[in-house]
Design a protein around this ligand. Sequence first.
Ligand code: GLN
Length: 541
Amino acid sequence: MSKTKSNNARFIFITGGVVSSLGKGLASASLAAILQARGFKVRLRKLDPYLNVDPGTMSPYQHGEVFVTDDGTEADLDLGHYERFSAVPATKHDSITTGKIYSRVIEKERNGDYLGATIQVVPHVTNEIKEFILSGITDEDFVLCEIGGTVGDIEGQPYLESIRQVAYDLGRERTMFIHVTLLPFIPTAGELKTKPTQHSVKKLQEYGIQPDMLLCRSQIEIPQNEKKKLALFCNVREENVITAPDVKTIYEVPIVYSSEGMDTQVCRHFNIECKNKPDLRKWIDIVDTVKNPKGEVKIAVVGKYTALLEAYKSLNEAITHGGIANSFKVKVKWVNSEELTDQNADLYLKDVNAIVVPGGFGKRGTDGKLAGIKYAREHNIPFLGICFGMQLAVIETLRNVAGIKTANTTELDNGCEPVVGMMSDFTKDGKLGGTMRLGAYESCITGKDSHVSKIYKSEKISERHRHRYEVNKEYEKALKDSGMEIVAWSPDKTLPEIVEIPNHPWFVGVQFHPELKSKPFDPHPLFVSLIAAAIERGQKK
Ligand code: GLN
């Protein structure tokens, strides 16, 4: 294992204890943001102990949204938090799972790379994990590595052993362990309880890891005597017991952590002088806008995973960013597409000022999405269709305006009029057929007077994709005759990328996922424009 690969970067490992869902991803992203606000270059990584090779095949109900990076890695949704807070584009170097690690180890074993050795978790699996932690780093000051799951999980053990070894290899002056825990508040006793945290730290110590900082989620401010107690029993400096209180908006987290002294203590740990305060102005401005909006606008998202909003994490954030850019609060009405029909659409949608139909796979809930699209088209409600939402918008127009009743996607019906189908159906060599189009692809906006041309203010755009099916360009004319235009294409003009209805206040369908690139301080222009259109409609009503 080469030490030189990691240059001089310092490594901060973030583990979780007591319970899951404590917001370790958000905590890691927020720490990155405050270190950036001190002028440091950061990088964030996620190590997921589950056995899937990637979350691409997991149900969104199991693991929330699948985040896609520019280089086409299907990754955990925490990478979305990382990008939204740090603006550092994640790559395949930033997301690993046990499935990936084992695939590599087994491949090496089959190739005879281990020269006859018995392959074991320690050192072969742990070496592979260490290799991942240290790889692909250039001139970063800090690399933040979040370990998924909770300390004590069986799957997590090789990861804890690996980070212990990295600290041993690089020395404690280049490594830091932060443990995120929960202090439950017991109302009858009127007390915060530190015992679960003490146990969790003991568990961590069993693996040879002594945390340097505790980040304690708590409903209330942690009294100093409780901090003292935690410090003593967990062997952590008192100033390094940091309160992570519940906040009104997630964009307040970096400000709160910094005021708790987190960045100062991290710098102190690494012997870095930090006389100046971090420059947190952009976060202060965002929080100020979120807390003091000029008004409120309601928009509907018609999807099938509305029972688990984690499945639409980036979309929800991008909508919020669009609101922030317009100084408006956006209230999202989540409409279950399995309940929506042409007959009841009015009931669900008459009070909203924009409708979004997000990406999706498979038949369930499709009719409801089509009903939502039809309602938006016929009632002049601003509409954004994303990926599957765009494909369905094309189908809806061809069915209900062009009268092609069997128009459908071959994903749902092999015998249909294939207005949406696999790429191999339309491209000459068919090589891409059957595989996903993943990651960043360029498209050219050809519709000079189109809405999107004004929104993007650029002819060439690059957006992230995650789909298998494409709109069939053979239907360009039928669409145009029905009032829908293809206004952006893949550079070779084979694959439609954006459609819109020029004769509608705001009706846009995009084959890609704009929500994956939106940031609170750099909102995606499509969402800024959609929310502006929704506000305008609300004011006219
Ligand atoms: N199911 C569609 C496809 O594979 C759309 C995918 C999506 O919305 N991400 O093309």
